[in-house]
Design a protein around this ligand. Structure first.
Ligand SMILES: C[S@@+](CC[C@H](N)C(=O)[O-])C[C@H]1O[C@@H](n2cnc3c(N)ncnc32)[C@H](O)[C@@H]1O
Length: 313
C-alpha cells in the first residue's frame, strides 16, 4: 500500500485525534498522563504478566552485551558519576543504561534486580558462558515525556527497599541508581555517546517519527552499545492471530474502559497499525547507524525483541 493511503487508513481508524504528528504527540502525552496511575496494574492484568517475561529477555540481551563490552574493555568510557551527579568514585566504571520512554520504570526496577543479583545468562539450567556473571552495578537514566508516568517511576524507585527474606533474615537491597528526565525522544537533552546500552519498551508505535527517534537515540549511544527494543507483535498463525485480534480488539478495550480509561484502551490495541514491519525497523535502525539488527519473536509473535549494536565511529 502506498504511504499516503496507509496514512489515510490509520487516520480513519484512529480518528481526528491522530490526524497529524502534532496531534498524535499531544494525544499520546495526554493519554499517558491520564492512565499513569493504573498503568502497571492494567499491564499485568491485560498481558497476564507476559510483559515481565519479555522484559527479562530484553534485559538479559542487554546484560550480556554489557558484560561482553566490559570484558573487551570497550564499554565504560567516561565516568557515569561525572555525567549524572553520582559522587561515588568507586563507580567510575559502572555502565550507564538508558531506558527510553521509561514510563513507570519497570525496566529500571527489574533491570537493577535481574542484572545485579541474578546471573546475566539466565536460569542456572541454561548453561552458557554468561551463567556465572552478574553485573556489580548499573546506573540508569530513564527518559519519558509524560510527567505523571515519571512521577510514579520516581516513587517506585525511591520506595524500593528490596527486603527479601532468606532463612528468616531480612535483607535490605542497595538503592537503585537512576535519574529520570522529562523529555521528548525526538529532542534528547543528552550528550553524544553517553550510554553503554539502552532499552525501550512498547514505545515505537506511539512515536510520531520512528526514524528520527532512532537517529536521536543512536546519537546518545557509545560505539558498540546495544539497543534492545521490546514491542508487541501480531501472531502469524491463523487461529492464534484470530484469538489475539479478538482479545486485543474487543476484550482489552472493554476491561481497560471499565478499570481505567476507555479512550486510551481503545487506542492502544489500534496503535499496532503504527508499528513498522520487521524490515522497516531494520532499515530504520541501519540508517540510524546500527548494525547486527536481530528480531526474535516471543510467545507466538505476540511480542518481539529487536536488538541492534551502535556502529563504531
Ligand atoms: C506503553 S508506555 C511504555 C512504558 C515503559 N517503557 C514500559 O515498558 O512499561 C509508552 C511510553 O512512551 C512514552 N512516550 C511516547 N512518546 C514519547 C516521546 N516522543 N518522548 C518521550 N516519551 C514518549 C509515553 O509517555 C509512555 O510512558
Amino acid at each position: 500500500m502506498k504511504e499516503k493511503e496507509k496514512e489515510k487508513d490509520k487516520n480513519k481508524t484512529l480518528g481526528e485525534a491522530l490526524a497529524s504528528p502534532e496531534k498524535k504527540q499531544a494525544f499520546v502525552m495526554e493519554m499517558f498522563n491520564r492512565i499513569a496511575k493504573r498503568y502497571d496494574l492494567m499491564n499485568t492484568i491485560l498481558t497476564f504478566g507476559l510483559d515481565r517475561r519479555w522484559r527479562k529477555k530484553a534485559l538479559r540481551a542487554l546484560g550480556q552485551s554489557l558484560v561482553l563490552n566490559q570484558s573487551l574493555n570497550q564499554a565504560p568510557g567516561k565516568s557515569s558519576s561525572e555525567d549524572y551527579g553520582d559522587t561515588n568514585k568507586n563507580k567510575t566504571k559502572t555502565p550507564v543504561v538508558a531506558d527510553f520512554a521509561c514510563g513507570t520504570s519497570d525496566f529500571i526496577i527489574n533491570g537493577d534486580f535481574i542484572l545485579r543479583n541474578k546471573k546475566v545468562g539466565g536460569r542456572s539450567s541454561e548453561k552458557n558462558k554468561f551463567s556465572d556473571i552478574s553485573l556489580e552495578g548499573l546506573n540508569f537514566v530513564g527518559v519519558d515525556f509524560s510527567k505523571n508516568m515519571l512521577e510514579i517511576a520516581k516513587t517506585r524507585i525511591e520506595k524500593r527497599a528490596w527486603k527479601k527474606k532468606r532463612g528468616g533474615e531480612t535483607k535490605q537491597q542497595p538503592k537503585i541508581n537512576a535519574d529520570l528526565i522529562c523529555a521528548d525522544l525526538l529532542k534528547l537533552p543528552i550528550a553524544n555517546k553517553s550510554f553503554d546500552g539502552a532499552v525501550m519498551g512498547f514505545a515505537l508505535r506511539n512515536l510520531t517519527d520512528i526514524d528520527a527517534a532512532l537517529v536521536e537515540i543512536g546519537r546518545t549511544l557509545k560505539s558498540g552499545a546495544i539497543l534492545c527494543l521490546l514491542e508487541v507483535g501480531i501472531p502469524k498463525k491463523h487461529i492464534i492471530k484470530f484469538l489475539h485480534r479478538l482479545y486485543f480488539g474487543q476484550v482489552v478495550p472493554l476491561i481497560g474502559g471499565m478499570l481505567s480509561d476507555k479512550k486510551a484502551y481503545k487506542y492502544l490495541p489500534q496503535s499496532v497499525e503504527f508499528l513498522p514491519t520487521e524490515e522497516e525497523l531494520k532499515a530504520g535502525l541501519e540508517r540510524a547507524g546500527f548494525f547486527n539488527v536481530m528480531t526474535r519473536p516471543m510467545t507466538f509473535n505476540s511480542g518481539t525483541l529487536t536488538t541492534a549494536i551502535m556502529q563504531k565511529t
